[in-house]
Design a protein around this ligand. Sequence first.
Ligand code: BTN
Length: 257
Amino acid sequence: MHSLRPRPGTGPLGGPLVHLDLVGSTNDHARELALAGAPHGTVVAAERQTAGRGRQGRTWSAPAGRALTLSALVRLPAAAFEPLPLAVPIAVAEACEAVSPVKCRIKWPNDVWVEGLKVSGVLIEARPQDGWAVIGIGLNVDTALDELADDLRQTASSLRIASGAPVDREAALDELLARLAVWIARLGDPGRVVEAFRERDVLQGRRIAWSSGQVRQEGEARGIDDDGALVVFTDAGERVRLDAGEVHLVRPAGARG
Ligand code: BTN
């Protein structure tokens, strides 16, 4: 396994890169650093996580040496927290496209997809009252198909699988941190963030399903509003705003993307 090369000094986000071989969850480690007073832009990257966490209580797993699993600590003004979940997948998408010949789209709220399959997930754990957030990113960079867990092969992919060629993990890390720095600097202009998200919105005009309590609902996604909530029209013509949670694309039989 090749570990990422050390990057001494401060990175594009303005803080140090803490590189670990093994950790429970980079998000948990970054949160501990935040509570201990670590500076804005501190990044924790790990080769292996024993307790990698995803959204909605899921786990996150990735083969060592093939993916990027990292968390960035950001200290932000109050107004920056709302656009943050939209800005992060834009940065991830741009980084992917810079290192690999793929076209990325975003599945609300912050998955990054290539050709209908997920290549990256984002888990943001924010403490707006204390002025910080941990941005956790898992990005399948150079993972081969036989390295993906069996249960993920229908829904997940990597830049390598999607492009059919090896992808340099070092370059992906550098691009990811650089694009994150760019989009974090743009959080003061939420209109621009929303516009860039809409350009990549994979759900726009598509039939989706979600759960409201115990009830499964379906409708047509009509894009995000200016606050980043997903707007859906149900079959009964009701306009629904989803501001958190999970939605699923209802795919016509045999379709992808
Ligand atoms: C999701 O799609 O459910 C979000 C996945 C987020 C995974 C990353 S890997 C680095 C960071 N540390 C974690 O424990 N989770 C995030």
